[in-house]
Each structure stands twice: as structure tokens, then as C-alpha cells.
Design a protein around this ligand. Sequence first.
Ligand code: GCW
Length: 681
Amino acid sequence: MLFIRVHLLILLAVYSCSLCYAEDGSKLWLRYKKVSNEVAKSRTVISHSNHQKALLAKQELDNFWTGPSVELKVEKAQEKLRDGFTIEEKKGKIYITSHEPIGVLYGAYHLLSLQQTNQSINGIKIQEIPSYNIRILNHWDNLDRTVERGYAGYSLWRWEELPHVISPRYEEYARANASIGINATVLNNVNASPEILSSEYITKVKALAAIFRKYGIKVYLSVNFSSPKVLDGLVDSDPLRPEVQSWWKEKVKKIYKEIPDFGGFLVKANSEGQPGPQDYGRTHADGANMLADAIKPYGGVIMWRAFVYNPTLEDRAKQAYLEFIPFDGKFRDNVIIQIKNGPIDFQPREPFTPLFGAMKKTSQMVEFQITQEYLGFSNHLAYLAPLFKETLDSDTYTDGNGATIAKITDGTLNGNKKSAIAGVANIGEDINWTGHHFGQANWYAFGRLAWNHSLSSEQIAEEWIKMTFTDDDEFVLPIRDMMLDSREAVVNYMMPMGLHHIFAFDHHYGPEPWADIKGGRSDWMPWYYHNADSLGLGFDRSPAGSDAVSQYNEPLRSQFAQIESCPENLILWFHHVPWNYKMKSGNTMWTELCEHYDLGVKQARDFQKIWDRSEPFVDSERFRDVQSKLKIQSKDAVWWKDACLLYFQTFSCQPIPYHIERPIHELEDLKKIKLNLKHHN
Ligand code: GCW
């Protein structure tokens, strides 16, 4: 019996993996192959600059470039290129030129990516200038190496070993970022420990900064507003108190002494229990400006977050706008207000935050979430470029047509000197960096859009697939389409039509539309957002309700305010919609809701089929990893569908239409599920 089993296993193994080599995903999209000696001898790579970064560019090309000879140049006259580059082929030679040494490195990576995606370089003449000056990752990494909303293992930063032991992954991390143009990183969680500013930690940060510098990456830190009091026993941390101001000045001076190219601070103040200027009756502007003044002499930047809300009667979606609008024009010019893409919190779909465009005299930047806090952690495949693009391409109508969030934040419209864009990282110590192999695509997509926000989601997906797996169209096209559908699939099976925040309390993974914790904050309860009752479903933000629509410019204000003109993919965000309301399709709202959930489940199952069919093109290790994650995704999709439909049915009091797949769970059983987070973290 044993004998037969062993044989069967061997047979199965031979049969089932045509590409039977292991790949753990650790190489990300950087799968260049070292060139042979012959190739190396057949061409030269010359750098006319001796700058370390230009020499690094030379080294990368020496190692991996299989094409003709290349010359690298840093040219003073090319000021308009900034850290961008040109690549030109003339008489069989390639010239990469930039104004900055780092631009030459970006050019080298670009050239290698053309090689890797099999594109012709004959007669090539391209110019790339990045959309944003600061392209920054935000790590929500704690000093004990846990990662808030991190689903790829512990933090990469081994604080206890630093500055003495340097993990090879620090350089790999920097290289991966540089390869897509990311040039800044915030190392620690916005829920910041004051400890990060202690001398001990500054020495550790210095060691990381030294490695990242080679790749053009500047280090920033999140700071706790109470640091002066907590670290050094000042009576308080009131931003208007001279001792507090001098404390910050001294601290900043010390940091720049150790890290001369330090980027600046990111601050979460008076939000979710974090300290801030309001603790002393001061304003966001008082707090931000105090830090801005301290860091200004060194050219540093303060990224001050607008993610603030309190358990008041005011609709949570309105609060950031209400708190920040009065300070428009009152911030120093080295303060950038960092605003989440949506007014609530990184939901699978939100309208854009109306603060964008409304603060005309203040620099603003978008904060996206690359880590999938609300999109299935590292278990679900959800390609986020379409979500990022949806925000960037949104027209705010702030000054007539065309005031998209991209143009507002990249400086085109208000002439910002320093434009920036942030993404909350999904990176951890896992061997494949992001937990899910397809999570790498979101890191990649963020970097590519920060570099060039006019790239399409499709183009970015194609590049990433070709670089990460293979350029065979039989693989690339179906996988690309799967990726492009994946975010909408998550919206469908989790929260279609503008539903939001109906997650299980705190961990934000599974459905718990019924959750209610007696005495808990109402704005942390799902019912606050879905408002299901016998009449209908959804949050009335029209003028008859919370009037959040009034924060948008016309024509959006009226479009959102009236149920007939409200985009249906946001209808439950802006309206309390009757169960029998007629949708554009002719369905009632209830039927449409059921169809969305059903479609989401079908899409997840289709992803499984598409992936299984692509087995011949993928190494067995990555194939199996993704395959098993897709199984979880399908199961979770059914869980979401059943939970939401069975629960909302108790209000709609209508049958689930018969063309919809029947629930396989009992509502009462689903209510008993208490997720053991360890399984998902
Ligand atoms: O999305 C919420 C998260 C918190 C996070 C907060 C924020 C870092 O649930 O974990 O805290 O947003 O963005 O500050």
C-alpha cells in the first residue's frame, strides 16, 4: 500500500509540474540574469560621472545589460530633467543622461526593464520626468518589530541588532525601491513611539540611512507629538511653549548632524488617541508650523496627516474637512498635508476626500494604503492600481474642469515646490516580502504611479507580470485581466454599491455587519455606516441627511446629492436607498445588491480557474502559494456574501432572488465566528 502511494505521489509530481523548480518570490520583479563573459566583453558601460550612484548604475548594467555599449552622463545643463532621465540610442550606442546622479541609476533600471519585458531599443529616444518629487513609503512598523496592519511577517528593521548587524535585506529593499523610483521612506508607525527620537535609535536610523542613501532613498520618521514631555520630562509638549520649541530645534539639529540628508517628519496628531497640539488648546497649524520652523534650516519637510475624527454627532466622513479648511493658507511652505484617498479609511471603494482641491493655499499629498487592511490582508488578490488611479484621476472641479487630484498634488495647479505621494507599505520580513506574491504588484504599482501618474493600470500590470513571471502572452493576458478585475471583485463580494466599514470589529478582515459593542464608539460600529432598517440601506449624506455632499464642488455636489444622478457604485455611500428602489438596470436595490455579492463570488472562482490554467507557465512554488491563497479568497467571498445577504435580508424581508447562488451558511453560525487573528496576520 505504502509502495503504491509513493509511486502515485511521484507520478503526480512529475505530471503536475511542468516547471518543477522552486522560486520563493524573494527576487521580486528584479529577475535580471547575470550576463555571460562573452556578452560582458562585447560591449562597454562607461560612466562619465564618478558619483557613487552613477557608478552603481554602471555596475547594474555591467552585470545585467545584454545590449550594446552604454554611456552614462550627469549634465548640469539638464536642469529640467531633475531626477528623471533620457535614454537615447545613436549609432548603436545607448546614452543615459540625467541632471542628478540618481537619475542615471533610474535610467539604468528603466533600460533593464525594457530588456526584461522584451522591448526593442532600436532608435529609442525617451524622456522620463517623475510626476512627484517625493515618492515615499510609510511603514507602520513598531519598534518591537510588529507591524500595524502588516500581513507579511515582522518588520524588516531589526532594531535590536542595529546599528551593528546589517541585514542584507536592507540593501535589497533599497534596490527594489530605486528600481521603480521610490526615493523616500518613513521607517516607523504613525502611532509613533517617542523612543524613535532617542539618541540610541537615531544611531540605528543612521545606519539604515547610510545604506538607503546609495540608492537615493531619504529617511523620514514618524514622531509622537508628546516626545519632549515623554523623552525629556518637559512639563508638557505645548507647541507655543519656548522650551518645547527649543527641544525640537535641538533634536532636529542632532538628527541632521548624524543624517545630513534626513527627509523630515510625518505626524499623526490628535487622531485615534494620539497626542497633538489640541491637547493644549492649540491648532493643527500651530503644531505643524512649530515643527516646520525647527526643520526648515535643513531643508526638511513636515507631512502632517489630515486623518482626524472624533466620536461626535458629526458624520465621520465630514470631519477632516471641517477641521482643516479653517487653516488653509496658515501652514508654512515646508508643510504638506497628507490626506487619505477617501474620507473614511482605505475602504475598497470610497469617493475621494473633498479636502483635495478645497485647500487651495496649502500643499497636499495623497496617502494610499498598499497594505490590504480592508481588502483581504495578504490572503486576497486585489491589484490596487485601479483604486489608486480612480482617486488620482478624480476631477475635484475646484477651478472649473480638469482639477484632478493628480494635478492638485503634483504641483501642476498650485505650483507646489515639493510635491509628494505616500503609500502605506505592505512589506515585511516574509521571504516574498508581501505575503501574497501578487501583493508585490501593489508595491510596484505604487512606485510606478508615483513616478508617472498617467501610466495605465493595464500597462503597469503587464510590465509587472512580464518582469515577475514570463512575457509569454498566453500567461500575460489572462493574468493581466484577472488583476484588472480583482479590485472590483473585492468590492463586489465585500462592500458593493458604496457600502463601507462593515468589517469585523478591529481586525478588519471578515464581515460583521451586525456587530454592536455596548458602550463602544458608534463610529467604530458597522451599523453607523450601513444604517440597515426596514426602509432601506445606506448612509444618507444628502442635504436631508449629514449633508457631506456639500463639501464637494459643483457639479459633483448636486450629482451626489440626488439619488437619481448619484453614481450607482457609490449610491449607498451617499443615500439611504429603499430596498425596492429601481436601479438603472431595472433591478430593485435589493436584487442588485444580491447580484453584486454573487458576481464577486463568481469572479473569485474565475480567478482560481485562470490561475490553474496558467500552471505550465509558473514555477511550482509560486504556483502553489498563489493557488492556495485563491482558495481562501473564494471561501472568504462566500463567507462575505452569505453574511451580508443573510443579515441584510432580515431588514429587506425579501427572498434572495432565485438566480442567485444559495447561501451555504446559517446567519447564526456566522455570527459566532470569532476570528483567530493569528491565522490571518
Ligand atoms: O486605518 C486605520 C487603521 C489604524 C491606523 C489608522 C491611521 C496607524 O485601522 O491601524 O493607525 O488608520 O491611518 O492612522
